[in-house]
Design a protein around this ligand. Structure first.
Ligand SMILES: [Zn+2]
Length: 621
């Protein structure tokens, strides 16, 4: 109900409020039937039937022409098959997204949880369809491939075909692929599930109000302003993780060992071949990135030393890295968060602002702080409907504002791609986090520039630099560890003690020897789920890659405000192409394989360190 007053300043404010209210709950009805309804089951059955039909079509195509396949492929027929593939895989991902939204909205709803299981059970069918498609593409010889490249029917999906054909060459030989796929359920994936069980059983004993209580690891953070509290929690966690170190060491040995065996049978060049291919990057680009980062470590050390002084600490330990600075940031209600984001986007990229306004006012966002919701935040796509949904909980803090900006960055990425063919709308993890972190950075920088109070400014810079430490030091240590483990595992199994040592060595290198002797985290390899993910090896460097690329984009937006929006949209479309390297080259002329590019990308971080050090010296004096 709108109440309109006229006359006083107060009434004008009420008038403004009436028009600027963005809904805090999302609308899901138009995206498909509700899980648990008969219509939902029928939808899922239809998806299964379509997947089966697709696989049959490809198989009969493969059997029908056998060895002559390559010379007889008709571009028109291939175009039809690709369209069918886009449609069935698009429907499946729409169902997955929808169930995920309902289940996150009401975490204790049993019907939604069951529906999640039912949708997941369709996944192996999609994998089989994928394999069949890859077999078809791999079988096409070079000459007809050139004809395909030039055929008008396939022009707009050719980058997808090219990428899939390249990836198909990295797969196991046909006679082993299905066998390995089934064996992986009890092997590689089984080890991964065992880790989930082991880590899920861990309880950390901490002191609360004079009593010892047991907490799950997710409830423990080292972000208390009280150092004793952080220290106690850290050492209790160490003890808890240590209690499962032997079975976790065995699990990690078997996961890495299985991967190395698969690499060998598929004739892959190295254990990095698959992670590089999944992320559409080259080893040169990743090596160049780490080289530039290593040269920037002294800057981060400067920041952490200044923070150490502000916190009045004699030395820094792992559990001090997330310690908050004394001041706390002012509250930000949801409407203010929305308006702040829109204002900032408008200055940097007007189409991004228009999109965000559309998403905010159309019920695409669930942000209410209420019980029964899942933790965390995400943005999920509904390509067939050309929509996205954002899930988060806004608790009236600056963090909520950042999360909203971040997720809107993701949503805009999908929005720009919405009119491309369905198979040309997927992009790798390296580039997924670029659009989101860019949006988040733009908003954070704007907030800092408007922050008059020194303490608040320092706290805001600290939040940004904590992220830099995570991406450039923490993720670096995971990358070094992963490399060491893959190299040494090839020669034999590693004990828990050896894994502890490898982890501490990796941390010393990644954190430039900054921490106190007793302040390293030897059991980090046990507590970090990412090392145990069966299908995504090296789930670390893509984060850093996306983050730094977004920092370089931020510089570009700052230096070339008029040219930026068009190049940015072109870049987002190019992210669905064959390689991340060429996407950046074609849109902005960036050379991601050169150390100098990554050095430029580090520039905003250097600037923040300088501001932080300067302000902290003023505050301290
Ligand atoms: Zn994200």
């Amino acid at each position: 109900m709108k109440r309109l007053f006229v006359g006083s300043a107060e009434s004008l404010l009420s008038l403004k409020d009436c028009f600027m209210n963005y809904p805090i709950n999302w609308q899901l009805d138009e995206l498909g039937p509700q899980p648990g309804e008969v219509a939902f089951e029928q939808w899922l059955q239809m998806i299964q039937a379509n997947l089966e039909q697709f696989e049959k079509n490809i198989t009969s195509r493969l059997n029908g022409v056998s060895s002559k396949l390559g010379s007889s492929i008709d571009p028109y027929e291939l175009a039809k098959l690709i369209e069918q593939y886009g449609s069935v895989s698009g429907d499946w991902s729409q169902a997955v997204s929808l169930v995920g939204c309902y289940a996150s909205d009401q975490s204790d709803n049993e019907q939604y949880r069951k529906a999640e299981g039912a949708v997941a059970a369709v996944y192996p069918m999609l994998t089989r369809a994928d394999h069949a498609l890859d077999r078809l593409l791999k079988g096409i010889e070079d000459q007809p491939w050139d004809a395909i490249k030039n055929s008008p029917e396939l022009q707009n999906v050719f980058p997808f075909l090219e990428r899939r054909r390249q990836e198909a060459t990295l797969r196991l030989p046909d006679h082993l692929a299905d066998f390995a796929g089934e064996l992986n359920v009890d092997g590689l994936q089984g080890w991964s599930r065992l880790y989930d069980e082991l880590s899920g059983s861990v309880r950390i004993t901490v002191m609360e109000r004079g009593e010892l209580v047991e907490k799950s690891p997710g409830q423990i953070a080292f972000d208390s302003p009280d150092r004793t509290d952080r220290e106690n929690k850290f050492f209790s966690s160490q003890r808890a993780w240590e209690s499962i170190s032997e079975p976790c060491a065995a699990t990690l040995n078997h996961i890495v060992g299985s991967r190395l065996t698969l690499d060998r049978y598929a004739n892959r060049e190295s254990y990095l071949t698959i992670p590089h291919s999944q992320n559409r990057v080259t080893s040169r680009s990743i090596d160049a990135m780490w080289e530039a980062i290593s040269g920037c470590k002294s800057e981060l050390v400067k920041y952490l030393r200044a923070k150490q002084q502000l916190l009045n600490l004699d030395s820094i330990s792992w559990y001090d890295l997330d310690a908050p600075l004394a001041s706390h940031s002012p509250a930000v209600d949801y409407q203010t968060a929305c308006e702040t984001i829109l204002d900032t986007f408008a200055a940097f990229h007007p189409p991004l602002k228009e999109f965000a306004e559309h998403a905010l006012s159309s019920g695409w966002i669930e942000a209410e702080d209420r019980p029964g919701k899942r933790q965390g935040g995400f943005c999920t796509d509904f390509p067939p409907s050309k929509q996205t949904r954002i899930f988060m909980t806004h608790r009236g803090t600056e963090d909520g504002l950042s999360t909203l900006a971040h997720e809107l960055g993701h949503a805009y990425h999908a929005w720009v791609l919405r009119n491309e063919p369905l198979v040309m709308q997927s992009y790798p993890m390296t580039l997924a986090e670029t659009a989101s972190t860019f949006a988040e950075t733009v908003v954070a920088e704007e907030r800092i520039s408007k922050c008059a109070d020194k303490q608040n400014r320092l706290a805001a810079l600290d939040r940004q630099l904590q992220d830099s430490v995570s991406f450039l030091m923490n993720i670096h240590c995971r990358y070094i560890f992963d490399n060491q483990v893959h190299t040494r595992r090839a020669k034999g199994e590693l004990s828990a003690r050896e894994l502890n040592e490898i982890m501490v060595d990796a941390q010393k290198q990644a954190y430039a020897g900054l921490l106190d002797d007793s302040g390293w985290n030897p059991t980090f390899w046990i507590s970090k789920l990412h090392f145990y993910m069966s299908d995504e090896p090296f789930y670390n460097f893509p984060y850093t890659f996306g983050y730094l690329l977004s920092q370089r984009l931020y510089l570009e937006a700052r230096n070339d405000p008029s040219g930026f929006p068009a190049s940015y949209d072109q870049f987002l479309i190019a992210t669905a192409g064959v390689s991340a390297i060429s996407a950046a080259k074609e849109s902005f002329g960036f050379d991601l394989e050169s150390v100098s590019f990554w050095n430029e990308a580090l520039q905003p971080i250097r600037e923040r360190v300088e501001s932080f050090v300067t302000i902290s010296a003023e505050v301290n004096s």
